[in-house]
Design a protein around this ligand. Structure first.
Ligand SMILES: CC(C)(COP(=O)(O)OP(=O)(O)OC[C@H]1O[C@@H](n2cnc3c(N)ncnc32)[C@H](O)[C@@H]1OP(=O)(O)O)[C@@H](O)C(=O)NCCC(=O)NCCS
Length: 178
């Protein structure tokens, strides 16, 4: 049996990423969220910058095919997660947690100060999942202008602002070497 592993994305992964995002978002069917608002996936080309920057990782199924990805971008000394998706039929098997843990370790090693993201506050595999990995939901007053702008853009795209929040994980806290 082949086993999954995490690797930096390569060019040939790009066409798979919209399919993975579309499949992942099927997890929201059956929730009270507006699934149509989630139907807009990032086109493959939209990941090229992250690919070049080295902030795009995939979970390889062991045979070269990506089945999950995490795409991020650095903003100053912070790493912002733009997207984390696992294909529907592989969700709930620990892959998302492994991928996120890998990228947190990467960000720590890169001496970045924090990681940020925006997500659904109460969906179990969103806000509570990130909280279980150490992320803290920010109040609107705590959100940086960069995060506030992302939340505003999401609202313009049809996501209910009452259900969205920004989250932050401080890295190197209490680390005397930092
Ligand atoms: C969010 C996502 C990447 C998590 O990856 P995953 O491989 O499914 O998650 P894991 O198996 O690692 O589980 C992580 C935690 O999420 C929660 N979770 C995952 N699937 C869940 C489900 N169907 N119902 C309830 N909780 C769930 C659990 O708390 C779980 O922790 P546990 O296994 O210790 O109980 C994946 O579910 C996904 O792609 N979802 C749709 C897209 C999405 O919401 N992306 C994040 C946007 S910010």
């Amino acid at each position: 049996m082949t086993s999954t592993f995490i690797r930096p994305a390569v060019e040939s992964d790009l066409p798979h990423l919209p399919e993975i995002e579309r499949s992942a978002s099927d997890a929201f069917r059956g929730t009270d969220l507006d699934v149509e608002a989630l139907a807009n996936v990032t086109p493959a080309e939209g990941w090229r910058g992250a690919l070049r920057a080295g902030t795009l990782w995939v979970m390889d199924d062991g045979a070269g095919e990506p089945i999950a990805f995490l795409g991020a971008e650095t903003a100053g000394e912070e790493l912002h997660i733009r997207e984390l998706d696992v294909v529907l039929d592989r969700q709930g098997q620990g892959l998302g947690r492994r991928l996120l843990a890998h990228v947190i370790a990467w960000a720590r090693a890169a001496r970045l100060k924090a990681m940020t993201l925006t997500t659904f506050r109460t969906v179990p595999w969103n806000g509570p999942f990130y909280a279980s990995m150490g992320f803290r939901a920010l109040s609107p007053a705590e959100a940086s202008p960069r995060l506030a702008e992302i939340l505003e853009n999401e609202a313009r795209q049809g996501l209910d602002p009452a259900q969205r929040c920004a989250m932050r994980l401080d890295l190197h806290r209490g680390d005397s070497a930092s």
